[in-house]
Design a protein around this ligand. Structure first.
Ligand code: ATP
Ligand code: MG
Length: 436
């Protein structure tokens, strides 16, 4: 019997990983161009960290965490999201006191959910967090940055929703009104919502139950309860988004599934992926650092679901550039192979950094050429008895309208570099840093 992967946990196969690399690379380049630096974090944390940050009465903590006792009977959890770990690392390593940090991280997250299209048990996020910034300018920048990502990648089937959850004070006034409202319709609430009524009534607004939607739609809205400072923060955010030409709609029922948010929350949603429409979500969490044992530090961030991002990119007609080798090296016979293995290395360490796939496993001239064509390389390099005797290499274009030619071995690097438009910079730059 064939071994099976765990339900909801996917292999990302060679045919797909090129698109992942391309999209992750594009996001990384954009985020870093705004001055954000990578932080790499463990996949495991103490369970307590997530209970305290995400909140006891949330879907994640109530029913989605992969929690287990290690051999020392400590309760550990595979991270369901990255924000808690980023904050924990900031406190642990003293990165937050009297400092500001603009950070990003990426990798797998784990939630025991019902697997379906766009919803998995191991999924991946790209995560960006800014710590130490209080104003709406950074909220705006984080949103503008995501708009740039969509624009750069031709993703247009997406729209932005924003809301403000106010301060803890205005939220608790709102909470009372909400409890009154939901209590008045208690006989129509589902089981989850009745439980949340006492513990966390805002969570009811986040209900995914279709039967609850009408009741949720008629509930009082947070925006009517905003304190003056939060209202000003929200107003300035909207003005900055207007100035940057980023379109949004205000969704007063957007509360997000985690407990730690205040003021700005936002979500990029699409209708192109069925019911799993949230592609990127985020918000402000000014209270979290202190709650986890650090000094009070304002903070804001977002997380993008990479599986949904990859799917949406394809839905919008995108495809990653091919990552084939530049040349496929055809070498017929033992003598030719011995020579080709050396020439291939010269091409690889040459300043032009030519990508070479050497034919392995032998084969006739014809079968090797077939493989060359299948490889998607631009050229086949051909080394047979004749070329060995002449000190030349055959250069056969595989996709260009150009005549086949014969190149002297000592001119091969220069000729290929010129034909492939390679720049001699890469190796020189590398050397400088390796020797430093
Ligand atoms: P949803 O409402 O779809 O459950 P969420 O509010 O739980 O999303 P967040 O915790 O904010 O999601 O995570 C940020 C992003 O990660 C989401 O916008 C989504 O793109 C992605 N995501 C969340 N859970 C999953 C999952 N189980 N599988 C794939 N992607 C996910
Ligand atoms: Mg969820």
């Amino acid at each position: 019997m064939k071994p099976k992967a765990i339900r909801g946990m996917n292999d990302i196969l060679p045919g797909a990983s090129g698109t992942w690399q391309f999209l992750e690379g594009a996001v990384r380049d954009i985020v870093q161009s705004y001055g954000y630096q990578e932080i790499r974090l463990p996949l495991l944390e103490h369970t307590e960290l997530f209970r305290r940050s995400i909140g006891e009465v949330t879907d994640i903590v109530e029913k989605e965490m992969y929690t287990f006792l290690d051999r020392n009977s400590e309760s550990l959890t595979l991270r369901p999201e990255a924000t808690a770990s980023v904050v924990r690392a900031g406190i642990t390593n003293g990165l937050l006191h009297n400092q500001k940090q603009k950070l990003w991280t990426a990798g797998p997250m784990f939630r025991y959910e019902k697997p379906q299209q766009g919803r998995y048990r191991q999924f991946h996020q790209f995560d960006v967090e800014a710590l130490g910034y209080a104003g709406p300018d950074i909220d705006a920048e984080l949103i503008i940055m995501t708009a740039r990502i969509w624009q750069r990648l031709g993703i247009d089937k997406i729209r932005l929703e924003i809301n403000s959850l106010g301060s803890p004070g205005s939220r608790s006034r709102y909470r009372e009104t909400l409890v009154d409202y939901f209590s008045s319709v208690k006989n129509q609430l589902d089981e989850d919502s009745i439980r949340r009524l006492d513990q966390n009534p805002l969570r009811i607004l986040d209900s995914k139950n279709p039967d609850m939607q009408a009741i949720v739609a008629a509930a009082p809205v947070m925006l009517d309860f905003l304190d003056a400072e939060s209202a000003g923060h929200f107003q300035q955010l909207k003005e900055l988004l207007d100035a940057a030409g980023v379109a949004y709609s205000v969704n007063p029922r957007l509360v997000r599934g985690l407990d730690y948010y205040n003021r700005t929350v936002f979500e990029w949603v699409t209708d192109a992926l069925g019911s799993q429409g949230a592609v990127c979500s985020g918000g402000r969490y000014d209270g979290l650092v202190e709650k986890l044992g650090g000094r009070p530090t304002p903070a804001v961030g977002w997380a993008m679901g990479i599986e949904r991002f990859v799917a949406l990119f394809a839905e919008c007609g995108g495809s990653a550039p091919p990552d084939a080798a530049d040349v496929y090296f055809v070498a017929v016979g033992d003598d030719a192979l011995r020579s080709a293995i050396v020439v291939a290395e010269t091409l690889r360490d040459g300043v032009a950094g030519i990508k070479v796939e050497l034919n392995l496993g032998g084969g006739s001239f014809k079968s090797q050429l077939k493989r060359a064509d299948k490889s998607a390389a631009e050229y086949a390099l051909i080394l047979g008895e004749q070329e060995l005797a002449d000190g030349t290499i055959g250069l056969k274009p595989l996709r260009r309208t150009e005549d086949q030619s014969s190149i002297a071995i000592n001119e091969l690097v220069a000729t290929l570099a010129q034909k492939l438009g390679k720049v001699a910079l890469r190796q020189a730059m590398l050397d400088e840093h390796i020797k430093a």
